[in-house]
Design a protein around this ligand. Structure first.
Ligand SMILES: Cc1cc2nc3c(=O)[nH]c(=O)nc-3n(C[C@H](O)[C@H](O)[C@H](O)COP(=O)(O)OP(=O)(O)OC[C@H]3O[C@@H](n4cnc5c(N)ncnc54)[C@H](O)[C@@H]3O)c2cc1C
Length: 494
């Protein structure tokens, strides 16, 4: 819309300032790679490297929009502003969901039109590309601006072994893509356990694990090494009666699922890129954590985690589970990595708990969630500063970003030891991403890629889960508008 208002000649003349970031290596050569997570610590410089100022959280300055967006071309700023406006309007999200789920999407000609519209707007804004080549280009562009990419092949839940095998191929392919890109430009490869283990089996495993928590004498012959999955305060209402033992078929499916994660982890070890496991609904999270911790025990060696788990801090028991898991990892000498998020399944979690007549597992107030995120972040920052492990702070929350940046600065964590990565979704919170990067931290964007049709349901689900977050993009839009205004004035010479 805005491109029609501003003549193309002026658009071409709008300059974004590249002078604030002289080029040089962002990777100190004196680092011992063994002291840092692989890839987070890759000593080789990216294709075009950017010198950041010395770590300085006071540089987390959102007033200076010129340097904040100095790496963002005007065309991108315009599209971002337009798309973020659209996604901030709840009826737009509703309409998108409705179209995707309606019969319209099955009509051949109409489907092509809808896909083309999505490709040029939302998909183009929130996704890295339809194939490895385009995703690679997006990563390089991001890397040139000083950010890195977390690559996630956009697949949905699997319901049988064939679906899991298909999805595994996509995840293995993602590791190959990351290998083909400039060293350290891909910070993580992402996996969803619900894509490589059938959903019904994850539910069964979670039931069995929960029952063992209720009754420690309950025998699970298939269970291998893991860290604690529950704390004393973890709600166990999902499992109300003693579950049947796994059938031979289920045991064999479990074996296949473990092999899939093992193959993927092994490939990540070889490619020297960490694997980050996403967190999902509490109905299946015990099984997801079981897979994750078992893979971490088998593959995380020395000081550097290969397999990272995710902790959802909107859950009341998050802090306790985090303490238990990190304590067990320390005791076993396993370097553990965690991604901290607030959590994306709030409404379905609340609905499920209330339908079963239980209190919600989510903190009663948003302030409690903020506190839990910030406390867990502070705990893990201190932990990785004093020992092995890695931490990803995945948030768009400005206050959490500022607090963590100040704490990291205080205890001396930043680019210099590569144990901390901030992360935001691609197309979201550009101000926070560039602000943290300008202040000298490592920052990644979570970048789904794959064919539009495959990735869109995933993106729309994310949009639905994150309505509040999209509506909260107002801060970003405000700063982008300010910078667009500045560039326009500069181009017009006023
Ligand atoms: C890189 C990245 C990876 C992610 N991976 C995952 C993942 O693996 N699993 C997952 O579940 N999510 C994941 N998310 C999504 C994340 O959990 C959040 O949904 C999203 O980032 C918004 O939280 P925020 O930290 O950005 O904070 P904010 O922008 O401050 O958003 C806070 C949101 O939290 C919600 N909220 C939480 N607790 C409460 C409460 N008690 N009362 C009211 N509202 C509450 C509200 O909807 C509010 O909008 C990821 C996000 C990013 C950026």
């Amino acid at each position: 819309m805005a491109t029609r208002v501003i003549p193309p000649r002026i658009l071409r003349n709008l300059r974004y300032n590249t002078a604030t970031k002289p080029l040089a290596s962002s990777h100190p050569s004196s680092l011992s790679p063994t002291l840092s997570p692989p890839c987070l610590s890759d000593p080789k410089p990216p294709s075009q490297t950017v010198l950041r100022p010395a770590l300085d959280p006071s540089a987390l300055d959102f007033n200076d929009v010129q340097s904040l967006f100095s790496y963002v071309p005007t065309s991108n700023l315009l599209r971002s502003t337009a798309v973020l406006h659209a996604t901030a309007v709840e009826p737009m999200v509703d309409l998108g969901m409705w179209i995707m789920r309606s019969k319209l999407f099955e009509v051949e000609g109409v489907k092509d039109v809808i896909l083309a519209a999505i490709r040029n707007t939302f998909y183009g804004h929130f996704c890295a590309g339809e194939d490895a080549v385009t995703a690679g280009k997006s990563i390089r562009a991001l890397n040139d601006a000083g950010l890195r990419g977390m690559l996630v092949y956009g697949v949905e839940d699997a319901h049988d072994n064939e679906g899991c095998d298909r999805n595994l191929k996509c995840f293995l392919h993602t590791v190959d893509v990351s290998r083909s890109l400039p060293p350290s430009s891909v910070s993580f490869v992402i996996v969803k356990i619900t894509a490589i283990c059938p959903m019904s089996l994850l539910e069964r495993l979670s039931d069995l694990l929960r029952w063992q928590q209720k009754d420690p004498s309950f025998n699970l012959p298939w269970k291998q090494d893991s860290f604690p999955l529950f704390s004393d305060s973890t709600p166990l209402y999902h499992t109300r009666k003693r579950p049947e033992a796994l059938t031979p078929q289920e045991e064999s499916d479990l074996e296949l699922a473990m092999q899939r994660l093992n193959e993927l982890s092994q490939k990540c070890v070889q490619a020297n890129v960490p694997l980050l496991v996403d967190a999902e609904h509490t109905s299946v999270q015990p099984a997801i954590d079981y897979f994750t911790y078992n893979a971490a025990i088998n593959h995380n060696k020395g000081e550097s985690p290969i397999v990272f788990g995710t902790m959802q801090t909107y859950l009341k028991d998050a802090k306790e589970r985090l303490l238990l898991a990190t304590k067990a990892a320390d005791k076993m000498g396993i370097p553990m990595g965690f991604k901290l998020v607030r959590g994306a399944y709030m409404s379905s979690e609340r609905k499920l708990a209330s339908s079963l007549g239980y209190a919600s597992p989510i903190h009663n107030t948003i302030q409690d969630t903020h506190k839990c995120f910030n406390d867990c972040s502070s705990f893990l920052l201190e932990k990785v500063a004093n020992g092995p492990g890695g931490l990803v702070l995945a948030t768009h929350n400005i206050e959490s970003g500022k607090l963590a940046a100040a704490k990291a600065h205080e205890i001396g964590i930043g680019k210099v030891n590569h144990k901390l990565e901030f992360a935001q979704l691609l197309g979201m919170s550009e101000a926070l991403s560039y602000g943290l990067s300008n202040a000298g931290f490592q920052v990644s964007k979570y970048m789904p890629f794959g064919p539009v049709e495959t990735v869109m349901p995933y993106l729309l689900r994310r949009a639905e889960e994150n309505r509040g977050m999209l509506a909260a993009s107002g801060f970003d839009r405000l700063l982008m508008r300010k910078e667009l205004g500045r560039r326009l004035k500069a181009a017009l010479g006023v």
